[in-house]
Design a protein. Structure first.
Length: 279
């Protein structure tokens, strides 16, 4: 018996009515003909990825270069498989590699670094529907911000490590130079190094002379500044004394003005008494 049924064209759910939307994803079903046999169970939706309580710090992330170095070391140190009869095969097969592949056809380091970069980015699986595309885009933007911050920190650490490495190389060269001078094979390199040191010493002498002259000029400027600071402090003291004298003079002037006003008031009162009083 043949029954007309419909299945969702988006998520694949079966057993839907032809004119009803899918209850799972909301897509419209596509009608198809199926045999009236035992219905297969609907595929289980992928489990929701649990939100991590806290993001792993990027310090725990895997360095692609370290993985490549370890894999290359394992490839070199892995035993070689032999064919039947004890004779080595034309291409040695490394244990741990994919079945049917040899060291000649092993993956190049660039592709391995690209795969490790994908793992480090941790963008997640690409979306299979336009509904989840915005969430995936938001996750990618968030991860890119985190990776940029980590990359800036790693650049600072790399610059510091380069300085430490250069200092270590200089210290090592100074330690092994007496032993290298006894070897005739290093004579040409040591002569070039001696000439470079002579040039640097001559330039150092010129720079030292200029530095001494600059220090002398700075000493003169410091002496002038000291004298000017002493004059400034003296002028500030004189200014404070003049301000004190001015304030005392202003107070005395205010008192005299008050006395003058009081005398004028008494004079006017006396004149009024003489002019308007009894004979």
């Amino acid at each position: 018996m043949i029954v007309a049924m419909a299945s969702c064209g988006t998520c694949g759910a079966e057993g839907l009515a032809p004119d009803r939307a899918c209850p799972r994803c909301g897509g419209m079903p596509e009608a198809e003909l199926e045999l009236d046999v035992r219905a297969q169970p609907a595929p289980k939706p992928p489990p929701l990825r649990k939100k991590r309580d806290e993001e792993l710090p990027l310090e725990l992330a895997v360095d692609p270069r370290t993985l490549v170095a370890e894999r290359a070391q394992e490839a070199h140190s892995a035993p070689i498989e032999y064919g039947l009869g004890g004779a080595a095969m034309s291409a040695p097969v490394v244990r741990g590699a994919a079945k049917g592949t040899s060291t000649a056809h092993a993956r190049d380091p660039e592709s391995e670094i690209a795969d490790d970069a994908v793992v480090l980015a941790d963008y997640g699986a690409p979306p299979t529907s336009w509904v989840t595309a915005p969430l995936y885009a938001w996750r990618v933007l968030k991860r890119q911000r985190e990776l940029k911050t980590s990359h800036a920190a790693r650049q600072v650490e790399a610059a510091h490590a380069a300085g430490v490495l250069e200092d270590a190389l200089v210290a090592f060269a100074e330690r092994v130079r007496p032993a290298a001078e006894k070897q005739s094979g290093y004579a040409v390199a040591l002569e070039d190094l001696s000439r470079a040191e002579d040039v640097l010493r001559s330039r150092d002498k010129v720079l030292a002379a200029e530095q001494d002259a600059q220090n002398a000029r700075l000493a003169q400027v410091d002496a002038r500044l000291t004298a000017l600071e002493a004059e400034l402090s003296k002028a500030q003291i004189d200014e404070r004394l003049a301000a004190q004298d001015l304030s005392s003079t202003q107070g005395a002037l205010a008192r005299e003005e008050a006395k003058l006003k009081r005398a004028e008031g008494e004079l006017r009162a006396a004149q009024q008494r003489e002019g308007g009083g009894p004979a």
